[in-house]
Design a protein around this ligand. Structure first.
Ligand code: MN
Length: 299
């Protein structure tokens, strides 16, 4: 009698490995057909499972071509974006809110269209340095749009991630706790925390407590250094970060994010204040980051 093959859903297999992702801006500054093919091939060659596609201009992307290219490479994907000021749903301006709502619905079309199940980023408001605090009305307006987005996403099997960012990039969500409170206001089960240790390093007291506070509400995490360059060349305590992820049994995607003025999308580079070269060689950076992350995840 033959032994049954081990089931893939056994706890050991399930905890074996998080999908490892990489932001497309390590490879390319845009997403035309050629850039898509180059980014997908490079992501696979560097040993990642997933590529994060920028949805800053969702209408400019050839959805069918991207879906086919990803499928042929056997690569998973996510979509992220930061809303522009002109589409700020964290606002009391109906024109901006409607424009933002349209951008998010287009980004959802892109997400499900390329076969992805995750739409994240700074989608709850503008990715921008505000010169005033938010208001209760603006926060409610933002939550109402995210609620509508989440309900539509749910029909397509897409999860929504809210990437809280540092105080210079949003006046609405800067910490895990603010994000969890906001998720309660939205009240939809497919809305998750999208963490980023670069931002946590600025705003949180440590990494472990807020990550554990997320529990199963943590849906996605960006791994980036304090200088947004090579992992290990800055001040972030990655042992604490990865120990917390292991302790909480996080099984979701872990995505490396890094920016250099070597490769930029003009809109995002300005929003993120990418003014200098942190690296030159994308492949060297990517391979180094994968080894760094795998070693700490014990993969
Ligand atoms: Mn990020």
């Amino acid at each position: 009698m033959a032994y049954a093959a081990p089931m893939l859903s056994s706890p050991v297999a399930a905890s074996r490995r998080n999908p490892l992702g990489i932001h497309s801006f390590v490879w390319v500054g845009g997403w035309d057909r050629q850039q898509c093919e180059y980014a997908v091939a490079s992501t696979s060659a560097a040993g990642y499972d997933l590529v994060e596609v920028s949805g800053m201009q969702p209408g400019a992307i050839d959805i069918a071509h991207t879906r086919d290219t990803l499928q042929a490479a056997g690569l998973a994907s996510t979509v992220t974006l930061g809303l522009p000021v002109s589409g700020d749903i964290n606002s009391e301006d109906p024109t901006r809110i409607e424009r933002g709502r349209k951008i998010l619905m287009d980004a959802l079309d892109l997400t499900s269209g390329i076969g992805s199940d995750f739409l994240g980023g700074v989608i709850f408001g503008a990715l921008n340095k505000y010169d005033v605090p938010t208001t209760d009305a603006a926060r409610q307006n933002s939550a109402a749009v995210i609620r509508e987005l989440a309900q539509e996403a749910s029909k397509r099997g897409v999860r929504i991630g809210l990437e809280f960012v540092n105080r210079y990039e949003s006046n609405l969500l800067n910490t895990v706790q603010q994000t969890l409170d906001y998720i309660d206001v939205v009240g939809e089960p497919n809305v998750y925390v999208h963490a980023d240790v670069y931002h946590m390093n600025i705003e949180e007291r440590n990494f472990r407590d807020p990550l554990l506070a997320c529990g199963d509400r943590l849906g996605y995490i960006h791994i980036g250094e304090s200088n947004r360059g090579y992992l290990g060349t800055g001040t972030i305590d990655f042992d604490e970060v990865f120990d917390a992820l292991i302790e909480m049994g996080y099984a979701g995607a872990v995505t490396f994010e890094s920016f250099s003025s070597r490769i930029v999308d003009d809109q995002l580079a300005v929003a993120l204040c990418v003014w200098r070269d942190l690296w030159e060689d994308s492949m060297d950076l990517a391979v180094h980051a994968r080894a760094f992350i795998e070693q700490r995840l014990g993969a």
